[in-house]
Design a protein around this ligand. Sequence first.
Ligand code: NAP
Length: 304
Amino acid sequence: MYKSNAKTVVITGCSSGFGRQVSEQLARRGDRVFATMRGTEGKNAKIAAEMRQLAVAEKINLQVLELDVTSSVSVDAAAAIIINECGAPDVVINNAGQMYIGFTESFSADELSRQLDVNVVGVHRVNRAFLPAMRQQGRGLFINISSVAGRLSAPFFGVYHASKWALEGYSLALRGELASSGVDVVLVEPGPFTTELFSSSPQPQDIDGRVASYPLMARQTLDNLAQTFEAMLKDPTLPTDPGLVVDRIITLIEMSAGNRPFRSVVGLDFGVTKQNADAVPFDAAVLEAFGMTEFATLKPSEFQ
Ligand code: NAP
């Protein structure tokens, strides 16, 4: 099934979670989807094969491509294939991510760098690969999957917070810089949802045994964190269905250029929706102070 106004959409991190769901859903509604993931011939070979079979069985335009966001070679190779085949994409969804959890002190500098490499530098690699073509096209949309963890902070998530807070600041600056080129940048900020993010969380190696000298109460709180989250995610009264994130992403794609909110919270929001609303006049005041008010308005070359 193809539709006349089909969009070309590139998504990172499609081997599980939001990435897999949104790529399949977009393809099912008729978009041309490049579902990228790392390890298509290795750790994710089975998932890649399943998605390719789905594309054939349902006659949908869902192409699985290798893309590891931590490798410029991998990102550039995927971007070259996509741009050669269809030109600049209409939408790029920076979804790939990991969540490191533990005592912040117990992560080595290398471990912190690896977290940032996936969640922040990875986004930059992808953006740099597609931006020249998208700017030249004069339109396009980047949807960066941040988190409520990019707006608030809690113990044991320091390394993850560092990455998502960085992504927030990075995305707002980029949004202003790209406005005059007609390319939009928005953030989706999910609360907690049931995906593989928690279960695949990289643990600190703690090679010099820092954790052992923390008070028992703090160590027990960390040990119980998985249970705390599990209980939250199993509560049927709370908005924890990952489909809500997929729906929000699709809504943002469908909105007309210039009308998309910069930040969209989905699910349990911990007060972030209000925080975001309160931030709007401050963000505008910063642009005004620097004589950059025109950077607040997207100038699309045509309807997106
Ligand atoms: P997920 O099921 O763990 O999916 C994360 C995806 O990112 C996986 O496909 C993973 O692939 C991929 N990935 C990790 N490192 C990668 C790399 N170097 N190159 C390419 N792909 C890589 O978790 P999710 O919840 O759907 O996460 C998607 C995004 O949502 C993340 O940015 C996350 O921070 C954000 N988020 C999630 C929640 C939540 O509660 N679930 C809340 C707020 C924000 P592999 O299978 O190969 O590791």
